[in-house]
Design a protein around this ligand. Structure first.
Ligand code: GDP
Length: 465
């Protein structure tokens, strides 16, 4: 195990100038030694002689003199984030001052940390498991209430404890089969396949439950990608401006998270929508316009949800019907806009026209001008995506695709066990598939993962975490 001493700026400097305070973090066997070389407290006391979990006021200096006035937090292993000796230097939060302090620390015996290396050490030193480490990143990247709450719950081990419970039960069965095969005189397998089938069926149900709401989880975390479509003048921009004006979500520009420049995020009743406007869709021969239309059609295909805006003060025509046809099977909310004007098209009429009143299509009447009808719109979204339910805080939501893939593989192995039992196969067949399920679950918590994967996961982290 590497215990060399690493250092990094743990806080980012905002683009416009600095923040009030910044943190430079040092972790490893020599963390306190390194800190003592750069930190000077008036009376000459040394950090090495101080109690753990104490704060000390003083200055960071190099050969040329004082760099900054700071507070240093001294934390000795194992009660630290990395489980190693850790020193945090609370300095001023400017880019230049933090860089100077970091350089000084590095000249005095630390090396620059790789992205995510502090969290990787927390994982390698057994303080958190892999799914918890991943949730640290999710907390940092969270852009809405659900994403934050769910990541914090995963950080405290909500996914891990469920996975460990099932994994423990599987191990118990493997051990039982193995010992019975080793010692048939004392341990009988009579009637065992029947019992095992019940146990495995129960586990299949548990895992299916986790998987069932994983799509809800993803959508709540990332937001529903929503495309606004409709003919020119239907009121698409007015609708977008109205919703964005009132409900604009807090979106931070974390590199790699901004998907589309034309995208606006809004939060409707806690549900995040990622809204994009499309070029008006109609058939055209103009090559340039055609590219726009093709792109609009593609974004319709990729979207989770379509808001199809209809101008209810004009007649619904064939081109509307044609586009709605194009959206067949796609979750679509047909928004009858301009309800403040005399109606020439009503939802009833359109319903009978397109002969559609199914799960994938809802009708809502609004006026973007007078800003009415938003509650109905929220309600329609909630019904379509979460069967009207409000997400529950105590529920375990799988939001990580890596975890989802491992759960699907676990499920396949457990189904295989059931098949072997039904097919009257010998017991060692069960333990092979149980072992596969056990390994798959271990990938989530990190007890059975390759180094390469661990490295890849941590490389996605930001510096200083
Ligand atoms: P887009 O081409 O679909 O983006 O449509 P716009 O949002 O540009 O709106 C087209 C016209 O309809 C503009 O003159 C808007 O002011 C008007 N408009 C949009 N929504 C409403 C509405 O709810 N009521 C009324 N009366 N006019 C609206």
């Amino acid at each position: 195990m590497k215990t060399d001493t690493i250092a990094a700026a743990a806080t980012a400097v905002p683009p416009m100038g600095g923040a009030g305070i910044g943190v430079v973090r040092i972790s490893g066997e020599d963390a306190i030694l390194v800190a003592d070389r750069v930190f000077f407290e008036g009376s000459g006391k040394r950090l090495a002689d101080q109690e753990s979990h104490t704060a000390h006021y003083g200055h960071i200096r190099d050969e040329e003199g004082v760099i900054d006035e700071v507070i240093v937090l001294l934390m000795r292993a194992p009660r630290t984030y990395t489980r190693e000796d850790t020193v945090e230097i609370d300095c001023h939060g400017g880019a230049f001052v933090m860089q100077r302090i970091l350089e000084t620390v590095i000249r005095n015996g630390a090396r620059p940390a790789e992205p995510g290396e502090f969290t990787k050490r927390a994982f390698l030193n057994g303080r958190i498991d892999l799914s918890q480490a991943e949730s640290v990143l999710d907390v940092i990247l969270a852009q809405n209430e659900f994403a934050l709450k769910n990541s914090v719950r995963q950080l405290s081990g909500s996914v891990s404890s469920e996975v460990r419970r099932v994994r423990g039960e599987i191990l118990h069965q493997i051990a039982y089969i193995e010992s019975a095969l080793d010692d048939p005189e004392h341990i009988s397998l009579d009637g065992y396949p029947c019992r095992l089938k019940e146990i495995v069926s129960e586990q299949v149900r548990d895992i299916e439950k986790l998987l069932k709401n994983s799509d809800d989880g993803r959508i709540l975390k990332e937001g529903i990608s929503t495309v606004i479509a409709g003919k020119p003048n239907a009121g698409k921009s007015s609708l977008l401006n109205w919703l964005v004006g009132e409900e604009r979500a807090i979106v931070t520009e974390i590199p790699g998270t901004t998907r589309d420049v034309l995208e606006e995020q809004i939060s409707l009743d806690g549900i995040v929508l990622r809204l994009t406007d499309t070029a008006g869709i109609r058939s055209t021969e103009d090559p340039v316009e055609k590219i726009g239309v093709d792109r609009a059609k593609k974004s319709l295909t990729d979207a989770d949800l379509v808001f199809y805006v209809v101008d209810s003060s004009t007649n619904f025509d064939e081109s509307d019907a044609g586009i709605i046809e194009l959206l067949s099977g796609k979750k679509t909310i047909i928004i009858f806009n301009k309800s403040d004007l005399a109606a020439r098209t009503t939802p009833q009429e359109v319903k009978s026209l397109i002969g559609k009143e199914n799960e994938s299509c809802r009708f809502v009447t609004v006026s973007a001008k007078e800003q009415t009808g938003k509650e109905e719109l929220c309600e329609a979204v909630r019904e379509m995506f979460f069967a009207g339910k409000i997400f529950q805080n105590d529920q375990v939501y799988i939001t990580n695709i890596r975890h989802k893939a491992a759960l699907l593989d676990t499920l396949a192995s457990l189904e295989q066990v059931k098949q072997s039992i039904d097919g009257g196969m010998p017991e060692d067949f069960y333990s092979i598939d149980l072992m596969n399920a056990y390994e798959e679950l271990g990938k989530i918590t990190g007890e059975a993962v390759e180094d390469d994967l661990v490295n890849e996961i941590f490389s996605k982290f930001c510096m200083g975490k």
